[in-house]
Design a protein around this ligand. Structure first.
Ligand code: FPP
Length: 227
């Protein structure tokens, strides 16, 4: 099977999954965070180099405070439950987005995850937290202008200022829960990616479903605008 180097996932449907089984939305987010583990380990085993996950968008602040603070505590759940497994699997955690402006306790946990996994040479697990693609592009252009006054920006330069500048191009983007939109996720980076939409909600998206999306990916012909 041809394995994409870089896969991005919009982990959608946590709330609906929880409602469907008569539980609070936060129960869905908890199980969503747990599911990161099984999909990350599977991706790593299959040889994926980078897995980028949309964990919290700049628009998600509009949600009720109780839901937001629950999500802000999930990196701690992740650290406490999975640090050892991340180390055992040589997985390196990284972040994109404005994550340094999260609550101080969350930033501290994120820094701990970064520090403790930074020497791992296997798959990069990139969590997009407080991330919005339009904001990322505007921030990058402003930084470029400040550093290079009176210079026109080009595609290569802009790419080098994005949060993802150190990562390979995204080959495949998966969105769970049946919605078919990008929701301000990696708009520039997904220009030539294959898109796969899966009807299952994120907490019920299994390793087998993940492999199925890779089979679908393999069947696509990537032409990058050529013939
Ligand atoms: C989308 O489902 C999911 C989110 C907005 C949050 C996703 C967060 C996680 C899976 C955990 C993050 C983990 C870490 C380590 C930061 P939704 O709430 O929009 O679901 P709905 O569309 O059914 O309402």
């Amino acid at each position: 099977m041809s394995i994409p180097q870089h896969i991005a996932i919009i982990m959608d449907g946590n709330g609906r999954w929880a409602k469907n089984i008569g539980r609070e939305r936060t129960h869905g987010h908890y199980h969503g965070a747990l599911n990161i583990r099984r999909i990350a380990i599977k991706a790593h085993q299959l040889g994926v180099k980078v897995l980028t996950l949309f964990a919290f968008s700049t628009e998600n602040w509009k949600r009720p405070e109780s839901e937001v603070s629950f999500i802000m505590d999930l990196p701690r759940v992740f650290l406490n439950n999975y640090l050892q497994e991340l180390l055992d699997n040589d997985i390196c955690i990284q972040f994109i987005g404005d994550w340094k402006n999260l609550p101080a306790s969350t930033v501290k946990i994120c820094e701990e995850l970064l520090e403790k996994t930074k020497d791992n040479q296997g798959m990069k697990l990139v969590l997009a937290i407080n991330y919005g693609s339009k904001q990322e592009i505007v921030k990058s252009v402003n930084k470029f202008i400040t550093q290079n006054p009176n210079t026109m920006i080009d595609e290569t330069m802009l790419e080098s200022y994005l949060d993802t500048s150190h990562l390979p191009a995204v080959d495949l983007c998966i969105r769970t829960s049946g919605e078919k939109r990008l929701s301000n996720f990696l708009l520039w980076q997904l220009a030539y990616s294959e898109l796969v939409f899966c009807p299952l909600h994120w907490p019920e998206f299994t390793e087998q479903e993940f492999e199925n999306t890779l089979i679908e990916y393999e069947s696509r012909q990537r032409r990058y605008g050529g013939l």
